[in-house]
Design a protein around this ligand. Structure first.
Ligand code: ASP
Length: 343
């Protein structure tokens, strides 16, 4: 029989079953503001994400939200220090038995790097979902609120457990390993390769269609380590006619270099000679490619001494993160090579 006491009881029951999601804000366009209505020339990370949350009150039927305003930056200011702070905060929150999932709001420019770093270093199976926006909160029809709504719905969904760190944009669920920004002016700004999508969403409903096959979160050898700082890994881009000046400059300045080569991770003979020299002196060299859809294998022509490492299907930026983490544990080239197949 329906009466007020019963309705109240059912409400309380529903409340108890409601998932608790922590939203950690780091800045970006989702928290950006500018001239009313405009989509450009705004400042990222200038408004509070709790104001964005207020524009999606229907989220209260899905989850109980707790907000942490951790950092407030344009994601071009993201760096290793912030990554450690964010990772430690996620680990702390994920340990709480009452927490079911974590959402991070982040600028789109470097979200793919932060996501991959977290994928390799957080120690939880609970869903960790990054999202952001291409239009500032003050634009006509901003995309942030809907992305945030879906990111929270995804983090609150049992299907999202064990998928590693994910990114949610435009109703698409991306793996942290494979997502990349491929468009800088549309709201559907992410994509890259076939492996990127783990599934999709329809409003708050989640459809996971693929699971990541590379190691992540609790299966990552980096997830239980404490980090204070990282070995220095720099990047060098090869282009037609590039001399070796950049490599000369990096010679005494880093532990590892990721080469952004042409084609299959290629460069000139002059570069090969200089890279051979650096490798012999102990710098770890990873070959990656500037081609958006590419795989870089270990090979004989551009590495006759077999002392560089192919980036496999990682983008140059993600290869840098993996090399940086590997170098916290080993300088053994074969062990690092192996990691590029597993992670
Ligand atoms: N520059 C912004 C950022 O990465 C871009 C964005 O969020 O879309 O913080």
């Amino acid at each position: 029989m329906r009466n007020d006491a019963n309705i109240q009881k059912y409400r309380e029951l529903a409340q108890k079953q409601m998932k608790k999601i922590i939203v950690i804000a780091t800045g970006g366009t989702i928290a950006g503001s500018g001239e009313d209505g405009r989509t450009t020339e705004y400042r990222a990370g200038t408004i509070d994400v709790s104001d964005v949350l207020k524009t999606i009150p229907q989220i209260n039927d899905l989850a109980e939200i707790e907000m942490i305003s951790l950092i407030s930056v344009d994601s071009n200011e993201m760096n290793e220090r912030y990554w450690i702070k964010l990772r430690n905060t996620i680990n702390e929150q994920a340990k709480r038995p009452d927490v079911d999932g974590i959402v991070i709001t982040h600028g789109t420019d470097t979200i793919e790097e932060t996501a991959y770093f977290l994928n390799l270093t957080v120690a939880t199976e609970k869903p960790v979902v990054l999202t952001g926006a291409m239009r500032p909160a003050t634009a006509t029809s901003p995309d942030g609120p809907f992305n945030l709504f879906q990111a929270i719905a995804l983090a609150a969904n049992d299907q999202a457990h064990g998928c590693g760190v994910m990114c949610l944009f435009s109703s698409t669920i991306y793996s942290a390993r494979n997502i990349a920004k491929t468009n800088n002016h549309k709201i559907d700004a992410f994509g890259l390769n076939e492996q990127a999508a783990l599934g999709y969403m329809r409003d708050a409903d989640v459809f996971i269609t693929n699971h990541p096959t590379t190691r992540h979160t609790l299966f990552s050898r980096f997830c239980n380590k404490q980090f204070e700082a990282f070995p220095k890994v720099r990047m060098a881009t090869y282009y037609a006619g590039a001399d070796t000046a950049i490599l000369d400059a990096l010679e005494h300045d880093c532990d590892g270099i990721v080469i952004i080569g042409t084609g299959s991770g290629n460069y000139s003979q002059a570069w090969l000679q200089k890279l051979d020299e650096l490798a012999e002196k102990g710098t770890i060299i990873v070959r990656s490619s500037r081609v958006p859809h590419s795989i870089v294998f270990d090979e004989q022509v551009f590495d006759p001494k077999n002392h560089f490492i192919g980036s496999n299907t990682l983008t140059p930026f993600k290869a840098r993160i993996l090399l940086m983490l590997c170098l916290t544990q080993t300088r053994d080239i074969e062990k690092i090579r192996n990691a590029f197949f597993r992670y």
